[in-house]
Design a protein around this ligand. Structure first.
Ligand SMILES: Nc1ncnc2c1ncn2[C@@H]1O[C@H](COP(=O)(O)OP(=O)(O)OP(=O)(O)O)[C@@H](O)[C@H]1O
Ligand SMILES: [Mg+2]
Length: 374
């Protein structure tokens, strides 16, 4: 039997639980449910509104789960994948943790989230950002396409003219054809980038030349940055270490997101962006990042590192800890979705890498991507 204070402790915990998005169940010493919050009831199909009385109370836990709870043995709570039975009989895949509700109580608290739903939410976030980014990209690509297309039409016109004048010789024709071919390839590369950007699904890893990847990203933004935003981009790439294994389309998306942020931070005056790359040998401290403690998983194998540095005002104190959260933006309404850095970090982490942000010593912000050697 529980004493009065124990009951009070259980019920005061219960007052704080109804609004949590995770499903929460409290089990007594015999593994019968004594409490279920609204999220648990909804996910398991036992009602959609919380009225105070729960249909799950008194139900033995084993009716919901095929696997018995592992003994706790005082070990720290671990998230495990499991399955809980929905009221309609179907199994729901969940990420589940269990812990003691309080040190001296036999009650067990089981919390769970629906892993399929979580995955769906993450995928739809990625999708939203892709759509928002797509607008910007389409505009840049339309802008960039006008150049090669006008070279193609002008050259065709010149060929026809020279034919009429009977002044077209083989050398000239070869020169014209090369110009058309070069411009057509430029159009193909531009539209390919757009196609790559909209493609979804698993990482498509490829051995990639980082310098070519940067060139692709610059092809999308450089002209527009310079003409419309007075932003100049320069590169200082490590010529010795250029080859990386990555999904080139997604890494281009990371570069474009970071470059766009740097451009925005420097408005209205404009300024300078530097893209730098270097290599961190296995087991070595990184001299370029004296203040950053690199994770063991990266120092052990070595990493390819690159950074986007701008000459803007830097990231304001109080803002820096929020910048990677989805929907966090300091831009005026309609100017930013607040998903750029969230998605960039997600892509880098899909590569087992890290995306870090810091302010540089001479004002400006620096975003660093570390990709462990494969
Ligand atoms: N280079 C930078 N300098 C200063 N602040 C930055 C820089 N990059 C990002 N930030 C800050 O981080 C916030 C979040 O950036 P994020 O890319 O996630 O969203 P956003 O740029 O506001 O919108 P979106 O990228 O979705 O259009 C920005 O609103 C800005 O306050
Ligand atoms: Mg952004």
């Amino acid at each position: 039997m529980l004493d009065a204070t124990s009951h009070e402790r259980v019920s005061s915990t219960q007052h704080t639980l109804p609004n949590i998005a995770e499903g929460i169940l409290v089990l007594d010493e015999n593994k019968f449910i004594t409490y279920a919050n609204e999220a648990a009831e909804t996910m398991l199909g036992y009602g959609t509104s919380y009225t105070g009385g729960s249909h799950l109370i008194g139900v033995p836990y084993q009716r919901l789960s095929a696997a018995p709870l592992a003994p706790l043995n005082g070990a720290p709570a671990k998230i495990v994948e499991g399955a809980l039975r929905h009221k309609n009989g179907r199994w729901l895949t969940v990420n589940l943790t269990q812990s003691h509700i309080a040190p001296n109580l036999p009650h067990i608290l089981v919390s769970f989230t629906n892993s399929a739903e979580q995955l769906q939410q993450e995928q739809s976030l990625t999708h939203t950002q892709r759509l928002a980014g797509l607008g910007t990209l389409t505009a840049s690509i339309a802008h960039e396409l006008t150049n090669p297309i006008s070279i193609i039409t002008t050259t065709c016109h010149a060929i026809l003219q020279d034919m009429q004048d009977k002044s077209l010789n083989n050398d000239q024709l070869a020169q014209y054809t090369q110009m058309i071919e070069r411009s057509a390839w430029r159009c193909i590369r531009l539209t390919d980038t757009l196609r790559g950007y909209t493609r979804q699904g698993k990482l498509q890893l490829a051995i990639t030349d980082f310098a070519a990847l940067v060139e692709d990203a610059l092809l999308l933004v450089q002209q527009q940055f310079l003409k419309e935003f007075n932003v100049n981009i320069c590169t200082e790439l490590d010529a010795e270490h250029q080859t990386i294994v990555c999904d080139p389309n997604r890494l281009t998306q990371v570069l474009v997101n970071l470059l766009t942020n740097a451009r925005d931070a420097m408005q209205p005056a404009g300024g300078q962006i530097t893209i730098r790359s270097w290599f961190i040998a296995p087991g070595e401290r990184d001299v370029q990042l004296p203040t950053v403690r690199l994770p063991e998983a990266i120092t052990a194998v070595g990493a390819f590192a690159f950074a986007i540095e701008d000459s803007g005002p830097g990231i304001a104190p109080g803002v820096i800890e929020h910048i990677f959260s989805p929907f966090f933006t300091t831009k005026r309404s309609g100017a930013g979705t607040g998903l750029g850095l969230y998605i960039a970090r997600e892509i880098v982490e899909q590569h087992n890498g890290r995306l870090l942000a810091e302010n540089t010593l001479h004002a400006g912000a620096r975003f660093i991507v570390l990709l462990p050697q494969q």
